[in-house]
Write a protein that binds this ligand. Structure first.
Ligand SMILES: [Fe+2]
Length: 450
């Protein structure tokens, strides 16, 4: 049993509690066989408050954990704080409006990706932070002075063109900007997009020819910021809409489609199919209505936008709570058959992880089947990240990677599963120090970052 300290906020208990040290471990114990074709870094970001305390799960300081694989070996594990202004001075208040306006004052805690030879630690209210191959901070990235505002934590890399398609939202006009970054890492288009108000837009979608914005009723409230609260709340009156725009289009080209009120932090993927655009998403009935910790369980839904009639069909696919949906990087914006999610444990509190059971889910969107990797009691994974096998012929020919926390040992493992078979026994498992629960990560092949 984990000892519960009710003085500590719920998100900092159990495996929510931060780690104090930055470490580098090169002598790693491996069970199984690391596939020799995996040459690169698995990296994952999360909120790890420097002071040991944060008032909300989203406010901790960004700490990136990474494992370097090469030639069938695990060369290192390391964890590094992103060197932001909060790292330099932990007394800086993230909810101070002056700090919120400073685009370098990022917590850099939400996602980490590889693009154009750079590793980027991302958080949605500010500039990206560039890291080097050892996860040390290079600095904030403003794309040679061309980025005028925030940059989402969920940009999408087009597997066909290599572009990085992104956006930034703001509490002030323009509330939304579309951002298009070239394959070699230059910001080549910034487009102000007209929306009805300042909403929290956590993620978005790309298809082969379009982007799809999700303008949903989580609305900014500056008065809440002035009171020192998380400045976003649910609105019963703000309309929920999807905005479809050609990738090289302008504000005038955006076509908006009404949907039922809901919130989506994370889509699984989107693609074009004739005159329709299909989106698979992890949908919440609402968010932040009753409190700042009001997060109903997400479930997999499908939205099908009929661009001819203007109607969106909304279907619930599964009633099993699950989050962190992903498809293979090679399928982003293209038709996918398979998607992967992290099952949300029955009791999502952090108080006693030894009583929770973790699982990774695989959805076959052609057959409707759902399969799972059962991690067993006390073993809790994070977001499943897919890495393709060499010469893969099938979409699911590859590996699922994540960190797993084991309550029995109060330590973590990096695990590599066979995504085709979804065998409960990992192909490889690497013993690691404890890694707190976090947010998003990536497999960054050494062809992207050497
Ligand atoms: Fe996210």
């Amino acid at each position: 049993m984990t000892t519960i300290d009710q003085q500590v906020p719920a998100h900092l208990r159990g495996n929510g509690r931060p780690v104090a040290e930055e470490v580098t471990v090169t002598d790693l114990t491996v069970t199984g066989t690391i596939p020799s074709e995996l040459d690169g870094r698995y990296v994952r970001n999360g909120a790890n408050p420097l002071t040991g305390i944060s008032s909300h799960p989203f406010f901790g300081d960004g700490m990136v954990h990474g494992v370097r694989l090469r030639d069938g070996r695990a060369e290192w594990y390391r964890n590094r704080y992103v060197r932001t202004p909060f790292f330099a001075d932990p007394t800086v208040d993230i909810l101070d409006p002056k700090v919120m306006m400073d685009m370098t004052a990022s917590k850099a805690n939400t996602h980490v990706i590889g693009h154009a030879g750079r590793i980027l630690a991302l958080e949605e209210g500010h500039f990206p932070y560039a890291l080097d191959g050892d996860l040390d901070t290079v600095g904030p990235l403003d794309f040679a002075g061309t980025l005028a505002g925030s940059f989402t934590a969920h940009p999408k890399i087009c597997p066909v063109t290599g572009e990085l398609l992104a956006f930034g939202y703001s509490a002030f006009e323009p509330y939304l900007r579309y951002l298009r970054v070239s394959p070699d890492g230059e910001l080549v288009q910034t487009e102000a997009i007209t929306v009805g108000g300042p909403t929290m837009m956590h993620d978005f979608n790309i298809t082969r020819n379009h982007v799809v914005f999700m303008d949903l009723p989580a609305v900014f409230d500056l008065e809440m910021a002035i009171r020192g609260e998380m400045p976003i709340h649910w609105s019963d009156t703000y309309p929920a809409r999807l905005g479809v725009m050609p990738r090289h289009g302008t504000d005038a080209d955006v076509r908006w489609y009404d949907i039922d009120p809901c919130y989506v932090f994370h889509p699984m993927n989107a693609y074009e199919d004739g005159d329709t655009i299909v989106l698979d998403v992890a949908r919440l009935s609402h968010v932040w209505r009753d409190s700042m910790m009001d997060f109903p369980s997400p479930e997999l839904w499908r939205w099908t936008i009929d661009t001819g009639t203007g109607v969106v069909r909304e279907e619930q696919i599964d009633d099993r709570p699950a989050e962190f949906p992903r498809v293979p990087d090679a399928r982003v914006g293209l038709p996918h058959r398979y998607g992967y999610m992290m099952a949300v444990p029955d009791d999502p509190s952090y108080d006693d992880p030894s009583q929770q059971s973790g699982a990774l889910l695989k959805y076959d969107r052609n057959t409707g089947a759902r399969s799972e990797i059962d991690l067993g009691r006390g073993c809790l994974p994070g977001e499943p990240v897919f890495a393709a096998a060499d010469g893969a012929s099938a979409e699911d020919d590859g590996y699922l990677m994540t960190f797993v926390y084991d309550a029995a040992t109060d330590a973590s493992r990096f695990v590599v599963f066979d995504a085709a078979t979804m065998d409960d026994v990992p192909v490889a498992s690497i013993d690691l120090p404890r890694i707190p629960f976090g947010f998003h990560g990536s497999w960054i092949p050494s062809s992207v970052v050497g």
